[in-house]
Design a protein. Structure first.
Length: 331
């Protein structure tokens, strides 16, 4: 392509959804028309604010703290915010000494990389925690393209798919164990969350002897995933009235963990579709839960009602639709 053609492409024909094209072209032009993939990737990386934020957090929460605690460096602050670091007691150092100290740092870096190899960056490799694109899409769609912790929009920050229970604590690659977090929340979660995730993972296996929902016969289960299952209600308000029940024995809806809420929501979506496929005349649903005896809960193992509605269902004379949240024992 001649310079004039390239000029017209850049100024008139280029259609951009990101900065990638002009960054790559600039790198090619700076390198006399040819550049390696690594050169181009580094140029793109220099514009990726999410990666800069990741290492800003790493600097303040990890390496900056270590050097400060050892008296080597001190934070530079603007009010309460750390904006930089300075060497302590460094003073005026001539170029020869500075070059020697830099060379010693370079030697330490090279020696460490030689001993450890690529494993030192394993925490940043996608291969370690690879999440297929279809799953990433499902997680972001469910989160409405916002961080599920701070609410930041994907338009403003890079979103990551995070294991709610980390893999090294027994977390599974199940949709119910994924959440969308921005780079800041994802990094801070690792450093600040001191919950015993192994105990949480073990708790999912808790069942209580004598609980009818912990001992449901297998032939009654019509659907299940890792954390919940579904059965038809034994006293249905309408045909195909279904109960969604967490596998863990938990009495109150408000004691459910986030992965269980995710699993239940996914189950409700799947059941809604299957019921409408089976009975196209279903035009709506009541979704309800009783939390506490005064609210009508008679079986103290949390369960949610999915009640199909058809045109012509009998109204409740007290208002609403009869049986939105049944107050009788539903089994």
């Amino acid at each position: 392509m001649r310079p004039d053609d390239l000029h017209r492409y850049i100024t008139e024909r280029m259609r951009m959804s990101h900065v990638y094209q002009p960054v790559m072209l600039r790198e090619l032009l700076k390198s006399d028309g040819e550049a390696t993939v690594e050169q181009i990737a580094k140029a793109l990386l220099s514009h990726d604010r999410s990666q800069v934020e990741y290492y800003e957090i790493r600097t303040k929460n990890m390496v900056g703290k270590v050097l400060t605690n050892n008296g080597v460096a001190a934070p530079v602050k603007d009010g309460n915010r750390i904006v930089g670091y300075r060497l302590t007691g460094f003073g005026d150092v001539d170029a020869e000494v500075r070059d020697r100290l830099i060379a010693e740092c370079e030697e330490k870096i090279a020696d460490y990389i030689e001993r450890r190899g690529g494993n030192i960056w394993q925490h940043r490799f996608n291969a370690k925690g690879y999440v297929p694109g279809s799953v990433r899409y499902a997680v972001f769609k469910r989160a409405k393209y916002r961080c599920e912790l701070c609410g930041a929009s994907a338009e403003d920050v890079a979103l990551h798919v995070d294991h709610i229970i980390p893999r090294n604590r027994g977390g599974q690659d199940d949709l119910s164990n994924f959440q969308a977090l921005c780079i800041t929340c994802n990094t801070n979660k690792r450093d600040q969350d001191d919950a015993d995730f192994r105990g949480v993972a073990d708790s999912y296996g808790h069942r209580e002897a004598g609980c009818i929902f912990c001992e449901v016969p297998a032939d009654r289960v019509i659907a299940e995933n890792e954390l919940c299952y579904a059965i038809r209600d034994g006293f249905p308000v309408t045909p195909l009235h279904t109960l969604v029940i967490p596998k863990r024995h938990v009495s109150d809806y408000f004691d459910l963990f986030q992965p269980e809420l995710n699993a239940i929501r996914r189950m409700l979506d799947e059941l809604r579709s299957s019921i409408q496929d089976e009975e196209p005349n279903v035009s709506g649903f009541n979704v309800g839960v009783n939390a506490g005896a005064s609210a009508g809960q008679t079986i103290f193992h949390c369960h949610l009602h999915l009640i199909p509605r058809r045109d012509g269902d009998v109204p409740n004379p007290r208002g609403g639709v009869r049986g939105v949240i049944p107050a009788k024992q539903s089994y």
